[in-house]
Design a protein. Structure first.
Lengths: 472, 244
């Protein structure tokens, strides 16, 4: 019997209990942090315990959504799954997930572990637990002060993949050159998913493109079509590296008026219709990643599609609330690409004549201490449509910086208010002149805002009545 | 008269929101009724630096930085003539390093700079990362500049005048208390943030100098800087506490 293991588990469980009783925190990181302090090697006890395999989801955007979708599919297919569901994707969050699902002696009885792993800690986590499958969503610029430049992040993930043996399967986004390169470079077998690049899908936001150069030879990449950011169909005139032909490819993408998105998905031998109750092509990519992974694990496609059709977004991933007769949307923002997607969604809301917008920006470690990325977000698109908005309330530790950014984007200053306190800021937008409310918050601002909001507004589970229509 | 702003390599050097510097310069001209034209110059494009009123150079990741350095080397005489003529330049981070003599890598090899200024840079053991406050006297006006630094290089001024004195943060090299550099109308700094929006005193000085070079030396019309001042003050307070 391993006394340190048991002690670590007990302390972590007490921390979970305390968090539940006091209502402070979500108890998704601290328990693991305490356990690791008592027993730094704790993860090795969980290694090999999931009976059918360990799946890791990494990349910049869409990790939480993809992992949640995958867990939903696996459970629908009758498997028992351990997963870190709340975006707690550092070592501490992974450890917490295992402890929560396991016994006092560290035994877990699960078929799969579906783990969302932050791209920067991917090398560390994989040194403890070897994945059988790795899903990579995309690489965008995110919190550079923590990780150094994007090149470094991609290299670290690649180095970690190279250390894994050949029976690891990769599930890769064919449309992101920084992701697609991972197969050739690591020599691991890969299954690709992507979206058929057609002009109609292309959206602006040219400033936050990442890969302008071939990740293999350094020549300038040629693009036929950008879908968004650097996703699209690319080819390198230097070495011939190009978008791989996807094993699963979505086409006929349609944003539905009811607030969902649907598409046809072509596989190597079959094709299906995929319907999601969430908006945005970025969510289609997340669903394709989860769908590809589950097919590769042998899940029946119809089971997977049924699960995806009932997907409910996690906290702050375009979550809907209702306050009196107003629809309130809450969305996490953490980098230019994601922020631009969220702004496009607000602008595409034809149903709401005037919107009150709350933007809460923090600069804690988890948000990224450098907030200069706000200047890479195309807020200029808001200034082009002032008639869609009644007011912008800026909150959080960097409320002033956000207000300044809007000013230089051309938003009239009389439409912009600075209110550092979340409570007042939420009150203002809920009770303002606008007929609907959009709230965008960085990671550490999201939870307090969500807490305040959920006390006053009702969470909407049905997407039909209160959802936005087209994103483009 | 239209003010012509040259944004060098916007597709290549767009790290850390540095394009915000061009936005700040441009908007503060437009808000005063001065029309602005932005010229984006990319690798290999034909340029005549003397024709511009304001030149902005940012920084990029290593590979992009290398491509930029090569391309700029071909233009160095052209740029030197413009700088001697009083062209107003803002160079941030990698752009700052490029204006100097060289950047020495950890392996001892040195990448030559443009040599327009005397400073040189050597790779440090760790990166200097974090919020910065700098005290500067800009043509007689005392101001506190705020920004965010993130650089591995240590820059030694080697006789060049600093932009200001570090009150909080690392600055040029983390040891001599200086931040940035100034030579003629060339302003260099490690500060992202971006630098200009939260430091309107500096932005307005750059605009004034651009106008003076064209023989239009009048005082700038004041603007409502409420948000600018609040953003600047919030950072000063956060870093210096009550001392501020």
């Amino acid at each position: 019997m391993n006394v340190r293991l048991i002690l670590a588990v007990i302390v972590a469980r007490l921390a979970m209990l305390a968090s539940r009783l006091t209502g402070r925190g979500r108890g998704s990181s601290l328990p693991g942090k305490l356990a690791l302090r008592i027993y730094p090697d704790i993860l090795k006890h969980y290694r090999g315990q999931p009976r059918k395999g360990v799946i890791m989801v990494t990349g910049t955007n869409g990790k939480t959504t993809t992992n949640n979708m995958l867990m939903g599919i696996l459970e629908q297919a009758g498997h028992k799954v351990v997963a870190n569901l709340e975006g707690a994707n550092l070592m501490t969050g992974v450890v917490t997930a295992f402890i929560r699902s396991g016994s006092i002696t560290g035994r877990i009885s699960r078929d799969y572990a579906a783990l969302e792993v932050d791209e920067a800690v991917f090398p560390l986590v994989t040194s403890w637990i070897k994945p059988d499958m790795v899903v990579v969503t995309n690489f965008f610029r995110d919190q550079l002060d923590r990780y150094g430049e994007l090149d470094t992040t991609v290299k670290k993930v690649l180095e970690a993949l190279k250390k894994l043996s050949g029976n690891v399967k990769l599930i890769l986004n064919s449309d992101d050159p920084l992701v697609a390169r991972l197969a050739a470079d690591s020599g691991l077998p890969a299954l690709y998913y992507g979206v058929l690049p057609v002009q109609g899908l292309s959206t602006g936001a040219s400033y936050s493109r990442e890969a302008k150069f071939c990740p293999l030879c350094g020549a300038v990449l040629h693009y036929g079509i950008y879908i968004y950011s650097q996703l699209g169909n690319y080819s390198c005139p230097g070495c011939g590296f190009a978008r791989p032909n996807p094993d699963l490819e979505a086409s006929a993408v349609l944003e539905e008026g009811t607030g969902g998105i649907k598409a046809m998905v072509r596989g190597t031998e079959d094709h299906w219709e995929i319907r999601l109750p969430v908006r945005g092509i970025h969510n289609l990519y997340n669903a394709l990643a989860a769908f590809s992974a589950s097919l590769s694990l042998g899940v029946n496609p119809q089971t997977a599609l049924a699960s995806l059709g009932n997907y409910l977004p996690a906290t702050g991933r375009m979550e809907s609330f209702r306050y009196h007769n107003r629809r309130v949307l809450l969305n996490l923002v953490k980098n230019p690409t994601g922020f631009n997607r969220a702004l496009c969604a607000l602008l595409g809301d034809h149903g709401a004549p005037k919107q009150e917008i709350l933007i809460a920006i923090n600069d804690n470690d988890a948000d990224g201490r450098d907030i200069s990325w706000l200047w890479d977000v195309d807020f200029e698109m808001l200034a082009l449509h002032p008639e869609k908005f009644s007011r912008f309330v800026c909150s959080g530790q960097r409320a002033e910086d956000m207000a300044l950014r809007l000013k230089y984007a051309g938003v009239p200053v009389w439409m912009v208010e600075i209110e550092r306190e979340y409570r007042q800021a939420v009150d203002q937008v809920l009770n303002g002149k606008g007929e609907s409310v959009g709230i965008l918050a960085t990671y550490t601002a999201l939870w307090p805002v969500e807490k305040i909001l959920s006390r006053q507004a009702e969470r909407v589970k049905e997407h039909d009545d209160y959802s936005l229509s087209s994103v483009s | 008269m239209t003010i012509t702003v040259c944004h060098l390599y916007p597709d290549l050097l767009n790290l850390y929101g540095d394009r915000g510097n061009v936005m700040a310069f441009t908007q503060r001209c437009r808000w005063r009724g001065m029309p602005v034209r932005i010229i984006e110059v990319n690798l290999g494009d034909q340029v005549q630096f003397e024709d511009y009123d304001f030149l902005f150079i940012g920084g990029g990741s290593d590979r992009e930085q290398g491509l930029m350095a090569q391309d700029m080397t071909n233009r160095v005489d052209n740029l030197r003539r413009a700088v001697d003529d009083g062209l107003v330049v803002l160079a941030i981070c990698g752009g700052y390093q490029l204006m100097g003599k060289y950047y020495r890598m950890p392996d001892g090899n040195a990448i030559p700079g443009l040599g327009l200024m005397e400073h040189y840079t050597e790779a440090g053991d760790n990166r200097l990362i974090g919020n910065v406050v700098v005290e500067a006297e800009l043509d007689g006006i005392k101001t506190r500049l705020v920004g965010f630094e993130n650089h591995g290089g240590r820059t030694i001024l080697n006789g060049t005048r600093p932009l200001g004195k570090v009150v909080h943060g690392g600055g040029n090299n983390g040891s001599d208390g200086t931040e940035g550099a100034r030579y003629k109308n060339v302003f260099c700094s490690y500060l992202h943030g971006p630098l200009l929006p939260k430091n309107p005193t500096l932005t307005d000085l750059l605009i004034t100098l651009s106008l003076q070079r064209r023989g239009r030396g009048r005082l700038l019309e004041p603007l409502d800087d409420n948000f600018e001042d609040r953003a600047n003050q919030a950072m000063v307070k956060k870093l210096l506490g009550r001392k501020a």
